[in-house]
Design a protein around this ligand. Sequence first.
Ligand SMILES: [Zn+2]
Length: 634
Amino acid sequence: MVGWPTIARKLPCFPPLPQCRRLAGLLLYSIITYRITAHSVSDFAQTVKQQADIVKIVEGYIRLRKAGAQNYTGLCPFHKEKSPSFSVHAVRQFYHCFGCHESGDVFSFVGKIENVGFPEAVRIVAQKCGIPLPKREFSSPEEAAGARLRAKLLELHEVATAWFEEQLRGPEGAVAREYLAGRGLTPEGIKTFHIGYAPDSFNALRDRLGSLADNETLRSSGLFASKEQGDGSQGPIYDRFRKRVMFPIANESGRVIAFTARTLETGDKAGAKYINSPETPLYTKGQVLFNLDKAKTAIRQVGFALLVEGQMDCISVFLRGIQNVIATSGTAFTEQQVALLRRHTQNVAVNFDPDDAGANAAEKSIALLTEEGFSIRIVTLDDGLDPDRFIRERGVEAYTAAVRAARSQADYLIDRARFLFPGAGAGQKVKAMNFLLPHIRRMPEKLARDQFALDAAQKLGIDSSVLREELRQAALKRRDHIETRTTALTEVERVLLRALAITDPQDERARRLAAQSLAAQPAWFEHLNTFPAMQALAVRLAGDPMDAVEDPAQKAFLAEALFAETRPPDENEVRGAIQELEERAIESRQRDLRARIAEAERRADFAELAVLTQQKLELDRALRRLHNPPRPEP
Ligand SMILES: [Zn+2]
């Protein structure tokens, strides 16, 4: 495994959200002008775009490395890859992926990664830059209503969280405090995770929130339940969580969107040990990683995520200084969770409970993570302890050592196969192998599959050539994903696209030269793949060249050309590119003429032949002139 990072303790704090580039003066100016003029999303978007730095915004989602004077690269969040082909242009403020050809500006990035529309993307970027939002505008009444509802639900969750915390501190919370202390949680730890207590009441929370929202909104918050009536309608709402310790679940930005509630009852009345909020407009199960909001900075710093099953495990490990820990909340990983995690790392140490349920969840998570190209290690704790108990009983040093000693997924799976199918009988060996084969096939890299197959054969003591062959075949099966980095752009196209995209008035002559020759001799340009992009650029009045080209494929061509750029081309380069196009046009006409001359000769059409030959001579002369231009007058 390449550079598997060592675990770091007590990580330093990162600076808060990206600081935006421009100064408060500009901000003030924009607020004033905004009040006066702008009432459309797009005016506001322009203001935001001028002030946002795409590098900072993108860095909030994925890791970027400086790759040149003007650009940064990282792993593309929009397609699977192992080596970075995603680039961000710091000067021109756009991104482009050389793997999947996705490109655009700061808004299309945020829109795509957050899965929201343009207006929402503008608002998110504005918020990240600390630009005050104007009166909200929406593309449809439904969108407006949806946004209003989500905002209200966030508010309700915020108030509920504070209220649960208050209840935990109050007299009724004594039993919960006792429980939490018994699990080794300090008051500071409780505060860090905003752990609270839902008292034994059917209407205490309803009374608290009743003045903040109407019944329907309260109902859709998931904080309440109701019984279906005889006529099929829903009865009055009542508090869903009662006599339970409340663990808030936050989204990636740290806003509470749901709760996990642990019962303090014992016996028949207790119900499920843990219950979660139902799905709501804020919360979809399997789309949240517990603690990612707090862990993401540490994950990037130490280079891997520590994945545990339970929220208590996660809290316990985090509070003891291992801050790159996240939890799946007792289920196997989902694809959405993998996508969330991928933005921060592709290295995961899995530390699930050693029981059967834990081992099954671990296997499923390993399978999914492997398929998604992650590097995985498996942490096993002595004496079948879960992470929470282990770290409390043995201390953080011992736990850190266990994480460091994590086994590779191959070692872990082979051991698991031997545990599930013990014995040296041929039947058991076949079963063990059948358990391993799908895991082997799933690994994206041939080398890793070969090694896995070899280890499996050795450790399982498989000497049958038939079985060995099957392992070998499994290693061969998965075809490595080949990242296409081919480019259809020629040097001429690069120069011309860059010239046409010039924005600096100082370089205007190069831009005009390209635009004029495109207008005068479209035939020289027509056969180029990038002709539509060139046309769009040539007629653009002002503004961002990336905005002038709308077709996604053409936009990708332009992005590619602009990334190759260190400075805009000068007039001579543009002239050279145009000359080459002219030459190609002449050569193509020469070919055409040669064919027609041959045809005229065959028909013995001497009149035609004379005309064609004359034309061809002229073309030859033109071509010679291009190659040896007359010396300019002194
Ligand atoms: Zn990509």
